[in-house]
Structures are given as C-alpha cells and as structure tokens.
Design a protein around this ligand. Sequence first.
Ligand SMILES: Cc1cc2nc3c(=O)[nH]c(=O)nc-3n(C[C@H](O)[C@H](O)[C@H](O)COP(=O)(O)OP(=O)(O)OC[C@H]3O[C@@H](n4cnc5c(N)ncnc54)[C@H](O)[C@@H]3O)c2cc1C
Length: 437
Amino acid sequence: MSRIAIIGAGISGLSAAKSLMDSHSVTIYEKSETAGGIAKSQHADGCVFHVCGANSMKSLHDATRSFISSLIDIDEEIVEITRNSAILFENGEVSKPEFHGMFRKKMTEIEGVPSPIENHIYMFKPEIQRQIISDIFHVKAKERNRRAPKFLATYLKSKFGQTLYDMYFGPYNEKVWHSDLKKIPLRWLEGRLSAPTADEILLANFNHTNYKPGAAKTFLYDTKGGAQRLIDRLVETLGDRLVCNHAVQTIERKGDVWTVDGSEYDKVVYCANLKLLPKILKTDLIEPFTGYIESLKYHGTTSVFCELAKNPYTEIYLPGKEHRAHKIICTGNFTPENNNDRHKMTGTVEFTDYISEDEIKGELSRMPLNPTYITHRYIECTHPIQDIDTRETVSNIKAALLPSGFYLTGLIAEWEQYNVNQAINAAIKTVETMHNS
Ligand SMILES: Cc1cc2nc3c(=O)[nH]c(=O)nc-3n(C[C@H](O)[C@H](O)[C@H](O)COP(=O)(O)OP(=O)(O)OC[C@H]3O[C@@H](n4cnc5c(N)ncnc54)[C@H](O)[C@@H]3O)c2cc1C
C-alpha cells in the first residue's frame, strides 16, 4: 500500500482519489473551502448557479460511465435534454423573422439562427446566402487536394468559407479564447469541432436538417446541479482523506519519498495549475521546462448568474461586438429544479476573463432576454491556451517526473481543454499508469 498525495480536489483529483483509495493510503489537498473546482455549482437566491460552464455532457466514455455509475444512478438521476441552441444576430443579417427563433431585447425584436449555423444558410438575407453558397462551392473545389490545416483559423475558413467565418466562427471563437486563432493548434480542440463536408452543408440546407451528421442531438445533465451531485458523492466517499483549505506550497524530493508541505508520500498526483509547478516543485527534474511553462498563456471566466426572460433555448451564442459576453447558458431550461418561485427562469451569462460588477451590469442592460443580475464569480484559470509545442512538452514533463512517482492529470495540470467526461477518463488512465509503473 503506497502513500499517495493528490493536489487539487476538482473532478480530476477527486476521481483519481476515488480510484486509488481502496488499495492505497490517499490524502487529497484542496486550497478552497470546498471540493469540485470549476465543475461546482452552488445555490444563489435558492436557484442553481454553475460557477463555470454548465457541466452538461455530450457522451460518456465506457470507463467514465462505469466510474460515475458506481456513485450515481445514471438512469434515475441524470436526464437527457434536447439541445436547442441559437446564434444571435442583431444587424439585420437574418431574412424572415417569422421563420426564426425570436428574442426580445427591451422593445426590439432580434433574431436567432439555430445552431449549427452552417445548416441554416437559408435563413440569412439573399445577398449573404449568395456569398456563403459561393464560399461553399469554393470549399468543395478544394476539399480533395487540401493539406490538413494545423491551426484553428485556417481550419474554420477551409470548412465553412470566409463569410461564415467573418459572421460567426471567427468573432465567436476570438471572444471565447481571447487569442489569435491563427496560432491555436487544431489538435488541441480535436473531437470538439464539427467537420461537415460541403455536400453535407448543402444537403442540410435543402432538407432543413437541424443537426450535424453524427453529432448528438441531446446532452446529459444531472438534475442536482450538473456535476455537483457527483462531487458531493465523491466527497462523502473520500471522508477525511480530503483536506480542504490547504493550498499546497512545497513538494520536495527527499531520498525515495516526496514531501508535501512536510508530510511524506511515495507518490504524488498533481491536478492543480501547471503554471505553479516550477514554484511548488523543488526538484531539478522540472528545471528544463521552467521557461516553457512560464510562457504558457491562459484565460479566466466570469460567470454571471441572472434571472432571464422565459425562452425555449438551452444556450445562445453571441458572436457580435455589441456584447462582451459570448454565451448565455439557460440552465433554468435544463431542469425546473434549477429555478424557484422567485426566479422562474435562470441562467448564466459567460464572459472570458475578468469583468467588474459595474461593467457586468452595464453589459446586462444591453443584452437579450432582459437578464437581471443575481450574483457572479470570476475564476482566473479556466482556459489554458495551447501552442503548437504544448502537447509534446507536457508529455515530456510527465515522462521526466513519472519514474520518481509524480503524475500530472487534469485540465489545468495537463493544459488541456477537457470536459468532465474527459477529465474523469484521464484520471482513470493516470491511475492505470501508476499501477503499471
Ligand atoms: C467555461 C467552461 C465551461 C465548461 N462547461 C463544461 C460542460 O458543459 N460540460 C463538461 O463536461 N465540462 C465543462 N467544462 C470543463 C469541466 O468543468 C472541466 O473539465 C473539469 O471541471 C476540470 O476539472 P479539474 O479537476 O481537471 O480542474 P479544476 O476544476 O480546475 O480543479 C483543480 C483544483 O485544484 C485546486 N488547487 C489549485 N492549486 C492548488 C494548491 N496549490 N493546493 C491545493 N489545491 C489546489 C483548485 O482549487 C481546484 O479545485 C467547462 C469548463 C469551462 C472552463
């Protein structure tokens, strides 16, 4: 039985701890008052507020499903919700309002085009339709002989053409990532991007198909605050192995053991921020990577919890420069349990990076669905930004640390854009690696 320290009790650390606790002596350190990291939800004015994102899940890996079902009755406690998302255009781009989803913005009506946008070219004004159709033929002509694009901007333009890129894909993604899309490596977002062919786009428009070929029409959502029930059950299972309010400061190699703030362990699983590792980890092994880790960029998220006007949507994307926010997640439509009698419809308005309460309130006053502020939360590191060398360098860091029993897993530890499903799966794989090494 090894003594194992886990740093960080987000979904990744909690999952690793649960997977290790039966055969090892585990201690999990968490700097905050409560576990759960960015997957937490809490009650605000009696309604459910997701502090970051919504923790809806598209699909589950087999290993993740089996892990979750050891704690949660998936059939009873998780519901399948039909996605109904829309993209908001406010400058007259859409042709026939009576045909489309309608939003009320104070006294003005503005239109939303259902997502995926490329299936709904027929909703735009004729002159925009003509530009997009010409782009799609251009895309088709190049489809066979094109070299695989390496960066996000090139990929999006090559798949959807310049007009849809300028109207939606470019501005929306720039708002989310606050980064130059020409430098975001495509493989970082692998599996998250749709890849329709030009023919599929045209067919979807002829047939008014709402969904991407092969893409999920529904998502899974736990009716008790998204991932919060899973977090609560993990915390309960871990008992006093979980130590909250402890921000780990120093991890040292002393002979054959690691010390974590003075306590000895045989192995360490690091699920906290990679950027902090050179400061916390006192070993020569990390030194070759210190300069690169310092150069890594990231962004945060300000999630603003609001009462919203009743609407039929699960999420609304805001590509326009009119708003600093990029998305409204209508969590109140996920399950009635997320609302109460006072706030009959709630949701989160999402901004990348910090925005002050005064600025938030100014932004809300100009937004659709008449959002009324309830509370907000800013989390500093939610979007690790990869460059073309990140995957390989993180893999080299892991390889350098693994022989001495130090492992990295999780969104901010591996500098990945994991969802909950992927974070749990990665933690399970890390535990398998530990058992095999
Ligand atoms: C905007 C946004 C929306 C999202 N929406 C979805 C969604 O709809 N569906 C989905 O499946 N996934 C979603 N995700 C992804 C999902 O939330 C993450 O994959 C998952 O929560 C990552 O968990 P983690 O444990 O790897 O990281 P984190 O949750 O960041 O956990 C790291 C933990 O380490 C702790 N820590 C840091 N430093 C120390 C220290 N020195 N000592 C001790 N503890 C420390 C932190 O307090 C934190 O609790 C979203 C993410 C974002 C950013």
